[in-house]
Design a protein around this ligand. Structure first.
Ligand SMILES: NC(=O)c1ccc[n+]([C@@H]2O[C@H](COP(=O)([O-])OP(=O)(O)OC[C@H]3O[C@@H](n4cnc5c(N)ncnc54)[C@H](O)[C@@H]3O)[C@@H](O)[C@H]2O)c1
Ligand SMILES: [Zn+2]
Length: 353
């Protein structure tokens, strides 16, 4: 079930006209100001715009200060609304700013990347990076409204669009084998798309986003603070995050979804090696992800270092590396201990194609 504050359909003028706020501001970055704001602007009455620089490197306290300053200048109070128009950076940071401004004002998220629509839009995790630590400062708070309009996906850089698709596939792998197989039928066309517009026209994204949001909402509702079940959403992320962090530290950044796709291949391999997953299922998962994302050459001599980063993951307990593995497609099992040697072996298996 999708929570009632989340709307997944084209933006509606009547909704915005009825908003009970005296003061409204829209937070954008330079890209969403150019590509998304023109679509929202005519639906709103008088409002302010706050524009920040795009990118993870600006998801920090300094940018928060700037936004808090702007809201102060606009005389924002408890009867004001901040609308966060953008990807996960804008949503996480704008939500954090709103939820802490004068002990909390209402905010609305309008996620404009696929990743933000299917992942960051649900679950109430808000925050910023601090001294190199990702999402180090933050809180849980729910937006008053979330409005997901897949129209926005058309202007995304293709690589960003594809990266977000990794989370869609993850949701299928941890809870819907049938949908994974349905996506497999259109996979060759999806993989061959050369522009965001082309990719957009190949699928009913509205339906697919609804599917992902419904899965994540159900999991988060059962386990909001990630004590157990919510860990299934980390499938692919134990190894994926380590790869992402390693490449970032060495100035060769990779998109989150691309790293998670490799992570899902490695963790599916580990699931097979541990006798949890059938070999055919592993091959199907690997084949799907390699077809869509292609193969990336990883630094073979650095797998030890990558595995070390997996050990430092804040989601581990007592130095043990905990991962979510698969017992079948759509059948996750969380809290599985894996060793650094096993991670290295899984990366080696990925590397040989
Ligand atoms: N809160 C959560 O549960 C959660 C979940 C997953 C990720 N996140 C966070 O989300 C962030 C990543 O989000 P992201 O991948 O959306 O990155 P992002 O917000 O940096 O957006 C990616 C790029 O796309 C541009 N962009 C956004 N929408 C556009 C559009 N419609 N047209 C053209 N350009 C557009 C942005 O300006 C940016 O350059 C990370 O900081 C991560 O920690 C949070
Ligand atoms: Zn992710």
């Amino acid at each position: 079930m999708i929570p009632t504050h989340i709307h997944i359909k084209p933006l509606e003028r009547s909704f915005f006209q009825k908003l009970p706020y005296k003061n409204i501001a829209v937070l954008t970055d330079e890209n969403t100001y150019q590509s998304c704001y023109p679509h929202l602007k005519p639906l709103l009455g008088s409002h302010w715009v706050v524009q920040i620089y795009s990118g993870e490197m600006y998801k920090n306290l300094k940018t928060c200060e700037y936004i808090w300053q702007q809201l102060t200048d606009f005389h924002f109070d408890r009867k004001s609304l901040l609308i966060n128009l953008g990807g996960g950076v804008i949503g996480d940071m704008g939500g954090f700013v709103a939820a802490t401004f004068k002990r909390g004002i209402d905010f609305m998220n309008i996620p404009t990347t696929l990743l933000a629509q299917v992942d960051a839009s649900v679950g109430g995790k808000l925050g910023i990076d601090f001294q190199g630590y990702k999402n180090h400062i933050g809180i849980f708070a729910e937006p008053k409204y979330v409005w997901i309009d897949t129209f926005f996906l058309q202007t995304l850089p293709l690589a960003q669009f594809k990266s977000g698709f990794a989370e869609v596939v993850k949701h299928c792998l941890v809870s819907d084998k049938k949908m994974f197989e349905e996506l497999g039928i259109v996979l060759p066309k999806l993989a061959a798309a050369t522009s965001a517009e082309e990719l957009y026209n190949l699928l009913n994204w509205n339906q697919l986003v609804q599917h992902s949001v419904a899965i994540k909402s159900k999991v988060v509702e059962e386990d909001p603070k990630e004590k157990g079940l919510r860990k299934i959403l980390n499938f692919g992320h134990t190894v994926g995050h380590a790869i992402e962090s390693y490449l970032l530290l060495h100035s060769k950044p990779i998109l989150h979804g691309e790293a998670v796709a490799i992570g899902m291949i490695c963790e599916a391999w580990l699931s097979w090696q541990k006798g949890l997953l059938e070999k055919a299922d592993y091959q199907q998962i690997k084949g799907f992800l390699l077809h869509f994302f292609g193969h990336k050459d990883l630094p073979v001599t650095k797998f030890e270092e990558i595995s070390k980063l997996a050990q430092q993951d804040k989601k581990n307990e007592n130095q043990q590396i905990q991962a979510c593995l698969l017992q079948g497609i759509g059948q996750p099992v969380f809290g599985q201990e894996i060793t650094r040697q096993e991670i290295v072996a899984s990366l080696e298996a990925y590397q040989v194609k």
